[in-house]
Design a protein around this ligand. Structure first.
Ligand SMILES: Nc1ncnc2c1ncn2[C@@H]1O[C@H](COP(=O)(O)OP(=O)(O)OP(=O)(O)O)[C@@H](O)[C@H]1O
Ligand SMILES: [Mg+2]
Length: 375
């Protein structure tokens, strides 16, 4: 079982924790090489290429999300990091050491699986302390570290409960504690919250962020939920069919998606067909300068970037349209508005507007982006 991995490895010293906390987030600088380096790592299952050769760097202290739809290769990538799957090509290095051929239990990584894999006949304390017990750590030390780790995941009061008596969220925290107690340099989390309801997931997001700050470690979190990736991670790697489609901060990926796939996978987006000719894009009656080759393009704009009921001249682009659909969604109303050249989804608050009503809308040039759809 996964808890027996990393046994006896105590890669975090107190000063090491502080150092990685200080190293903070983002891409490692030249003076500080990244903690994890993947070079041309790929995985093929016969004809199926689960992961195409890719490079990836993870800095110490990163909370990295690997985000993508089902089957895009997230689990395969994570398992190659943890040593559960041997790459078809490429190398994996952790802290400067080539670990490509190393077994999971020899690596300074630890994995939390979606199915928690707890021992049902043991209580919380025994589950969390198991790895250290097997490693032959002294009883007093185990006691101390179990207490510390249970406090981290706020489970002190349930220390002596049987794990079978716990809720899904509590079991998830036991699984986290069991991995954290081994002090892995890199904690690998494969959709650990998938089984929880929305409210519990949101509560766990807060806890995971707090935990990440408290231990100052490096977390790699796999999810297919873009909201979850944005809520947790300081860096997001978006995957599409075994390749990295884009990586960056949540802002980079949401506000400046680099292609059509990322635009549509991360959040809602309207695309309006247009044409670029001699550095000018024309779409639905609008026109702006945009360098690039001649051909068909799409202008992408998020629903929340479109303002309703604007006067001509107050925004860079201005359209007159007609409301074709109205959907009350609680915090806001969603409208589909027909404009010249297509229709756009827009969020608003005005309940008095209805289907068939004329409306003006507009947006700022800084809020849209252009995706080439020609070769
Ligand atoms: N053991 C295997 N044998 C053959 N093909 C596999 C194997 N494991 C994974 N694959 C294939 O590799 C691709 C990537 O699978 P992977 O499990 O990494 O996807 P994922 O992004 O984690 O998906 P999900 O979100 O559904 O968990 C899929 O097409 C899958 O069918
Ligand atoms: Mg998976």
């Amino acid at each position: 079982m996964q808890m027996t991995r990393d046994i006896g490895r105590q890669s975090f010293s107190a000063s090491g924790m502080a150092a990685s906390a200080r190293a903070g987030v983002g891409v490692a600088t030249a003076s500080e090489p990244s903690l994890v380096q993947l070079r041309q790592v790929s995985k093929a299952y016969g004809e199926v290429i689960a992961v195409h050769p890719l490079d990836l760097e993870i800095a110490a202290g990163d909370f990295l999300a690997i985000l993508g739809p089902s089957g895009c290769g997230k689990t395969t990538l994570l398992r190659m990091l943890g040593g559960f799957i041997k790459p078809t090509s490429g190398t994996v290095s952790i802290a400067g050491e080539d670990v490509t051929a190393q077994a999971p239990e020899r690596r300074s990584t630890n994995m939390v699986f979606q199915s928690y894999g707890l021992f049902p006949h043991m209580n919380v304390r025994q589950n969390v302390g198991y790895g250290l017990t097997i490693a032959g750590v002294a009883r007093a030390e185990i006691q101390k570290r179990v207490d510390e780790t249970l406090a981290l995941v706020r489970l002190e009061s349930l220390a002596n409960s049987r794990v079978t008596e716990l809720s899904g969220g509590q079991q998830q925290r036991v699984a986290l504690a069991r991995a954290l107690i081994m002090r892995p340099k890199v904690l690998l989390l494969d959709e650990p919250l998938a089984a929880l309801d929305l409210k519990l997931r949101k509560a766990m997001h807060t806890e995971l962020r707090t935990l990440h700050k408290a231990v100052g470690g490096t977390f790699v979190f796999v999810t297919h939920d873009q909201g979850e990736a944005m809520a947790l991670a300081n860096r997001i790697v978006v995957m599409d069919k075994g390749r990295v489609a884009q990586q960056g901060t949540a802002e980079d990926i949401y506000l400046r998606p680099s292609n059509h796939f990322v635009s549509t996978f991360v959040g809602e987006v309207n695309f309006i067909a247009g044409t670029r000719k001699a550095g000018q894009v024309e779409f639905g009656g609008g026109r702006f300068a945009d360098p690039g080759s001649d051909g068909k393009v799409m202008v992408g704009i998020r629903p929340e970037s479109i303002l309703l009921g604007v006067q001509e001249g107050t925004t860079d682009f201005h359209f007159s349209g007609v409301i074709r659909e109205k959907l009350f969604l609680g915090p806001f109303v969603q409208y589909v508005v027909e404009i010249p050249g297509g229709s756009v989804t827009v969020y608003g608050r005005a309940l008095r507007l209805g289907e068939g009503d004329p409306i003006t809308l507009g947006w700022s040039a800084t809020d849209h982006w252009v995706v080439d759809t020609h070769g």
